[in-house]
Design a protein. Structure first.
Length: 218
């Protein structure tokens, strides 16, 4: 179990990033909260102004951070595929130089459909309507970017089909590359519990490169 880590969070003011930042700080880790419009910090959290679109600035910020781990939690809607893949490469490039572990909070589209293991969720209309397919396929491309990168220490965390703000229960079930459903049949988790899963993975890394979680009890 790793304690007192220095964790950089890129996208720290977003729905997921803000909760990862809060969870990491609450556990006593030192957090560098990287975002275009950084919010106020405290004893554990230091806000750092960085535009994720500026790959040079991302490289510089991560090089100066000396972080044990980097969490990439950025999203755009409508989806900007080039930005997403560029930011992912920039983080992996920087982490390769510093030896930092990278955890990418990706998309559910990269998971296998539970009804058909040969079908990705991104290609399954039962989970992804046509209007959201560009977002889902961008997540698939982001995973492929990680897989093609030479940096050896990364993990891609796909949320379930529904991710939204909610309660922190610390109750979740973990899987690998197939979409999971909760006891009520839904595939969902709160952003707060996803943040718990992120920190659990950073503190006690597993061996799987692609993981997912869902609300519930293991």
């Amino acid at each position: 179990m790793k304690a007192d880590m220095r964790i950089a969070v890129l996208g720290a003011t977003g729905m997921v990033g803000s909760r990862v930042t809060a969870e990491a700080g609450a556990r006593g880790h030192r957090v560098l909260a990287l975002s275009r419009t950084p919010a106020g910090g405290d004893g554990h959290v230091t806000p750092v102004p960085v535009d994720a679109y500026d790959t040079t600035a991302v490289h510089q910020a991560l090089a100066e951070a000396g972080a044990d781990a980097v969490v990439l939690a950025v999203r755009t809607y409508p989806v900007d595929r080039d930005f997403l893949l560029g930011a992912t490469r920039a983080v992996l490039d920087a982490a390769a130089r510093t030896g930092s572990r990278v955890l990418v909070v990706g998309g559910a589209g990269a998971l296998r459909s539970p009804a058909d293991p040969g079908l990705l969720v991104a290609d399954d209309p039962a989970y992804v309507p046509a209007e959201l397919r560009p977002v889902a396929t961008a997540g698939v491309a982001q995973l492929r970017t990680c897989q093609a990168h030479p940096h050896p220490d990364w993990v891609y965390l796909s949320p379930p089909a529904l991710l939204e703000p909610g309660a922190r229960t610390a109750r979740y079930r973990r899987g690998t590359d197939t979409l999971l459903t909760a006891a009520d049949g839904r595939s969902w988790i709160s952003a707060e519990d996803l943040a718990v899963a992120v920190l659990d993975e950073l503190e006690d890394p597993g061996t799987d490169r692609h993981i997912t979680v869902v609300h519930g009890v293991s």
